[in-house]
Design a protein around this ligand. Structure first.
Ligand code: SAH
Ligand code: SF4
Length: 362
C-alpha cells in the first residue's frame, strides 16, 4: 500500500488513495493538513471572505430525516422575517464591508415566496449600489425560478447534495417526489448551466456513511467541476427520525476531525475553488471554523440573522452564537481568523477562481 507521503506527492487521488488519507492517524494526518495549508496559500492565498448569513425563515415543506426544522417537527416555532428586517440585515453587512450575503431558509416553492425573494434580490442590489454579492441557499426550485433569481441579482447558489451515494440519500430522506436524488443532481446541473457560481456539499459522519462514500463525495465534486463547497459534520437533533441511529455515529470529536480532513483533501484536489468553513464545525469545537480555514477553507459565513430568531433556526442542536447579535461576533471573529494566520478580506467579493477558469475553457 502507498504511504500517505507517496499519495500526497501524486497529482491525482483515486478512491483508494482518498480512503487511505481519511483513515490516517494523527501524525500522518498532520502531513495532509500541512499540505492543504501550503496548497491553499499558493493558490487562493490567506484571505478569508465573509458571507453574512441571513436565515430568514424556518418554514419548510420538506421532511429531511436529519434536520430540526423539517416539516413534521411540531416542536418548533415557525417564523418568517419580513422584508424590512431582511433588508436591515443586508444593510448591516454592506456597512460593515462584508461584501456578500447568503439568503438561507427552509424550502418553499409557492408564488408568494418566490416573489418575495425576487423583490428582495432587486432591493438588496439597489440599497447597496450593486456592491453586495448575493448567494442563495433556498433549496430546489424550478429552472424558471432559478433563472429569474439569477436575473434579479443572485450570482451564487448553494445546494448541498448531502451525499453522493444514492442508497444513503434514500436512508436519510423520505422516498418521494420532493426528496429525489436524481432530481437533486439535475438541479445542480441546471444551476451551473444558468451561469451561477455553483456550490454544493455533504454532511460528514452520517449514520450508515462509509469512508468510501466520503471519497466518492470528493470525486463527485471534482467530476462535476464544482465552484464552491461547504462540508460540515452531521450533528444529531432529538426531534428527528435519524436520532434513533445515534449509536451508530462516530464520537463528535472524530466527526469533527474527519470533516477537517475532508476539507483539507478537497483543497489539495481542487486548488482554486472556494471552500466554506461550515457553521456546524463550531458546534463541536468553538474554534472549529478557524481550524477549517487554516487547513483549506477560505470562506466563512458570519451569522447576521436578527438574534430573536436564531434559536428557532436549529437545523441541529448546540447551534453556536444563538444568543449573540451580529455586532458582538465581529471583533472576536476577526481576531480568531488572525490567529489562524489568515486575514479578513473586507469589501471583496472573493468569487470562486475556479468559476472563471471554467468560463474561459467553455
Ligand atoms: N433548505 C435549504 C437550505 C437550508 S438547510 C436546503 O436544504 O438546501 C442547509 C443545510 O443544512 C443542508 O443542506 C444540510 O446539509 C445542513 N443540515 C441540516 N440538518 C443538519 C444536521 N442535523 N447536521 C448538520 N447539518 C445539517
Ligand atoms: Fe428543509 Fe433544508 Fe432542513 Fe431539508 S435540510 S428539512 S430542505 S431546511
Amino acid at each position: 500500500m502507498e504511504s500517505i507521503f507517496e499519495i500526497l506527492n501524486k497529482n491525482d487521488f483515486n478512491r483508494c488513495n482518498i480512503v487511505t488519507l481519511l483513515k490516517s492517524k494523527s501524525d500522518e494526518s498532520k502531513l495532509i493538513l500541512d499540505k492543504a495549508r501550503a496548497v491553499k496559500l499558493a493558490n487562493v492565498g490567506s484571505k478569508v471572505y465573509y458571507r453574512g448569513l441571513i436565515e430568514f425563515s424556518n418554514i419548510c415543506l420538506k421532511d429531511c430525516y436529519y434536520c430540526g426544522i423539517r416539516r413534521s417537527n411540531k416542536n418548533t416555532n415557525r417564523y418568517e422575517i419580513d422584508a424590512d428586517n431582511i433588508l436591515k440585515a443586508a444593510k448591516f453587512a454592506h456597512e460593515n464591508r462584508y461584501a456578500s450575503i447568503v439568503l438561507q431558509a427552509g424550502e418553499r416553492t409557492d408564488n408568494v415566496f418566490v416573489e418575495k425573494v425576487n423583490k428582495l434580490l432587486k432591493e438588496i442590489k439597489k440599497i447597496s449600489n450593486g456592491e453586495l454579492g448575493i448567494t442563495i441557499s433556498l433549496g430546489e426550485q424550478s429552472e424558471e425560478v432559478f433563472k429569474r433569481w439569477f436575473d434579479s441579482g443572485a450570482h451564487r447558489f448553494l445546494l448541498r447534495i448531502e451525499t453522493s451515494n444514492r442508497e444513503l440519500y434514500s436512508k436519510i430522506h423520505p422516498n418521494n417526489n420532493i426528496h429525489n436524488f436524481d432530481k437533486r443532481l439535475e438541479m445542480l446541473q441546471s444551476l451551473q448551466n444558468i451561469g451561477y457560481q455553483t456550490g454544493t456539499g455533504v454532511m460528514v459522519g452520517l449514520p450508515f456513511q462509509t469512508y468510501e462514500d466520503l471519497a466518492d463525495d470528493l470525486l463527485y465534486f471534482k467530476k462535476f467541476n464544482i465552484d464552491m463547497v461547504g462540508m460540515g459534520p452531521y450533528i444529531e437533533h432529538t426531534e428527528t427520525p435519524l436520532y434513533q441511529h445515534r449509536q451508530k455515529l462516530l464520537p463528535a470529536k472524530e466527526r469533527f476531525n474527519l470533516t477537517i480532513k475532508m476539507n483539507a483533501i478537497l483543497r489539495i484536489m481542487m486548488k482554486d475553488i472556494n471552500i466554506a468553513a461550515a457553521t456546524a464545525l463550531q458546534s463541536i469545537d468553538p474554534l472549529g471554523r478557524e481550524k477549517a480555514l487554516k487547513f483549506g477553507a477560505n470562506v466563512i459565513m458570519p451569522n447576521i440573522t436578527p438574534t430573536i430568531h436564531r434559536k428557532e433556526y436549529q437545523l441541529y442542536e448546540n447551534k453556536p452564537c444563538i444568543d449573540e447579535g451580529a455586532d458582538d461576533c465581529m471583533g472576536c471573529l476577526e481576531a480568531r481568523i488572525g490567529l489562524a494566520g489568515d486575514t479578513v478580506a473586507y469589501g471583496e467579493w472573493g468569487d470562486s477562481k475556479h468559476f472563471f477558469e471554467r468560463q474561459k475553457k467553455k
